[in-house]
Design a protein around this ligand. Structure first.
Ligand code: BDR
Ligand code: CA
Length: 322
């Protein structure tokens, strides 16, 4: 096998974050260097506890690094308990102690040190509010030149009619810290944005989830359990059977970028007013922009994403005892 892909996973677990981490954990070509936590789907204590629980359950060698509990401007958002449950993992029963401790270093310090230790080699995969990445950039602007790439789940650019999910304009991760997102998109590192334009094109249906539960051993069963509240939420929004694939789509984009069609443009975020949290392509190609050109996913091979997820999580019959 060639060189492993070094990845830092920045996350707010979260049902779909948990599912994304399961996929990463099942990728032999990935060397997961660390799991950084951020507020979002729960308060920072909750998302960090969930990351520790998942790290233990998945047997990850990587440490868990606690990150930001509030947006850069100090805003502490109320967690979306109607989407992910009160414990952000679908209200399943969790062990009283997660079974391992958080790493001594904070998330953004870990990001800075790790990028400096492996210049040009590390992919940052961010599937929550972008506060940790912005804090890392603020404290060490040189890291923008050290990252191999940054893949972000967030935003919505109106393709296929997909705009916001927390407001008519804004997607949740960007809305939670629009200033951080704007700074991350303005930095001179190569960012790929996996927004609602593509994540709302891919749905895990009940039959698909049942197939995972059948074929993927303990993880398939855990996915079924943690996703009951999540699926009920999406039923209420009109997704008749199943739920959109947000964070795992970003993992798929990292592993198999050919599954996505993209456009290239500078990107900015509205940081105030009625449209706060809206992501937009900067003025027409050709017009001057001080910002770097980034990559925005606008098309997806949904069947390919679903197959990739299912295939990576499948436990070979010889290992399943049956
Ligand atoms: C994003 O918001 C969170 O609820 C999900 O985990 C995902 O990262 C989707 O808008
Ligand atoms: Ca998330």
């Amino acid at each position: 096998m060639g060189t492993l892909k070094k990845v830092i996973f920045d996350t707010d677990p979260g049902v779909d974050d948990a599912m994304a981490l399961m996929l990463l954990a099942r990728c032999a070509e990935v060397e997961l260097l660390g799991v950084c936590t951020v507020f979002g789907n729960g308060h920072i204590d909750t998302t960090t506890r969930n990351a520790l629980f998942l790290a233990e359950r998945l047997g990850l060698a990587a440490g868990v690094y606690r990150g930001a509990g509030a947006a850069l401007d100090g805003t502490v958002h109320a967690p979306p308990v109607h989407v992910h449950g009160r414990n952000a993992l679908g209200d399943i029963e969790l062990p009283p102690q997660p079974g391992r401790d958080v790493a001594p270093q904070g998330a953004h310090e870990f990001i800075v040190d790790t990028l400096r230790r492996h210049p040009g080699e590390v992919s940052l995969l961010a599937v929550g509010p972008l506060t940790n990445l912005a804090l890392a950039l603020r404290s060490a602007p040189d890291i923008a030149e050290l990252a191999r790439e940054v893949v972000v789940m967030g935003g919505a650019f109106g393709h296929h009619g997909h705009s916001g999910n927390v407001s008519p304009f804004a997607e949740a991760n960007i809305y939670c810290d629009p200033v951080a997102a704007d700074e991350v998109f303005a930095a001179r590192w190569p960012v790929t944005i996996v927004g609602l334009d593509v994540t709302h094109q891919t749905v895990m249906s009940t039959p698909y989830l049942r197939a995972l539960a059948r074929e993927s051993g303990e993880l398939g069963a855990l996915i079924w359990e943690i996703s009951r509240v999540y699926q009920a939420f999406y039923r209420g929004t009109g997704v008749t059977d199943g739920f959109y694939v947000h964070d795992a789509s970003a993992v798929a984009c990292l592993l198999a970028p050919a599954l996505f069609g993209t456009v290239r443009s500078p990107v900015a975020v509205d940081t105030q007013g009625e449209t706060v949290g809206r992501t937009r392509l900067e003025p027409a190609p050709g017009a001057a922009s001080a910002r770097p050109v980034q990559t925005v996913c606008v098309e997806v091979d949904s069947a390919g994403v679903l197959e990739l997820y299912r295939e990576r999580l499948r436990v070979p019959a010889s290992d399943s005892g049956g």
